[in-house]
Design a protein around this ligand. Structure first.
Ligand code: BGC
Length: 315
């Protein structure tokens, strides 16, 4: 039994064929830009999916449906993208447009909820009843599992950990508010901070690493910090503080059994996670004198968005 899982992100749309055991087969990817109109982007996606299915010889009867994870406020019952700050999509009847364009049943959900579903069914989340999944990418997404069930909030519009407040009247966030965790601890924010640090410190190793990687991306500060560059270490320490303070807020609201980190930044693995653990363990009302919270990396990893979106049909 196969479903097609589509993960719509801030910079690309990724998709693939997934079976009911969570195994990913053939995949596709296309770039997105938030300056493009939502209808135009989805028309391109429909054309690509049709070409993809033909090229890999999938027949319509092989696929039970198309699951789609989308960043932002999603009305999963009616299949509508109410608002996506990182894509600039508004009131978009995505389910209807995809069903008409592709001829398969379509289910949509928030992208991080999809990732959390994959983690719960097939990954690190399967051993916990209550966990928070945090995706660290263009934005900060979250999926909340409580007592073994995905908690989406009223009308599916909750679980937006990235938009909890970290700094009153702080940095502008894509959602319209100021000071959200996402404006400090997403990959986008880390890249901005890295650029700013580079401007002030022309002698930093950050310059050489960016040149070698061909761009200033979120890996740059971690690579330079591992090499001992003091400016990069400062960036990583600040990043750890932002994210950990955000997590501690969550611990004190829900005290989950675990936090599972995914997305590009989570690929830094133990180098990053041990610092987050240490920060939380040494701060009151973090993990100090309170029940512990496992902080681990997603085991489904890069593909969790696609696999979880497809799993909407296997749930
Ligand atoms: C959105 C979330 C989404 C996350 C990751 C945030 O800006 O509000 O809904 O899950 O980005 O894409």
């Amino acid at each position: 039994m196969f479903a097609l899982g589509i993960d719509i992100g801030g910079t690309s749309i990724k998709g693939g064929i997934v079976n009911n055991k969570g195994k990913l087969f053939d995949t596709f990817k296309m770039p997105v830009t938030k300056d493009e109109n939502q209808d135009k982007t989805v028309k391109k996606l429909i054309r690509l999916v049709k070409r993809f299915l033909k090229e890999y010889h999938y027949k319509n009867e092989d696929i039970i449906g198309v699951g789609c994870g989308v960043p932002g406020i999603i009305d999963s019952t009616n299949g509508i993208v109410t608002f996506s700050g990182n894509l600039k999509w508004h009131n978009f009847a995505l389910k209807r447009v995809l069903e008409e364009g592709l001829g398969f049943p379509v289910k949509i959900t928030n992208d991080a909820n999809a990732a959390a579903l994959a983690e719960a069914k097939y990954g690190s989340g399967s051993k916990y009843k209550s966990f928070l999944m945090v995706t660290l990418g263009t934005g900060i997404g979250s999926g909340i599992f409580v007592d073994g069930k995905l908690y989406e909030g009223n009308l599916g519009k909750g679980a937006e950990f990235g938009h909890s407040l970290l700094v009153m009247d702080g940095r502008q966030c894509a959602c319209g508010r100021k000071g959200c965790l996402e404006a400090y601890a997403s990959a986008t924010a880390l890249v901005k901070d890295t650029r700013a640090m580079m401007e002030f410190h022309k002698d930093s190793l950050l310059w050489k690493v960016s040149e070698e990687l061909g761009s200033v991306n979120a890996r740059v500060p971690f690579i330079a910090a591992r090499e001992g560059d003091k400016y990069a270490i400062e960036l990583v320490d600040m990043y750890v503080k932002y994210l950990s303070e955000g997590l501690i807020n969550y611990f004190n609201t829900f005290r989950p059994e675990a936090v599972i980190l995914s997305g590009g930044i989570a690929e830094e693995g133990e180098f990053l996670i041990s610092k987050i653990r240490n920060y939380c363990q040494t701060h009151d009302y973090g993990l100090k004198m309170c029940p512990s919270v496992d902080i681990v990396k997603s085991s489904v990893g890069y593909d969790s968005g696609k696999i979880g979106a497809a799993a909407l049909f296997f749930d």
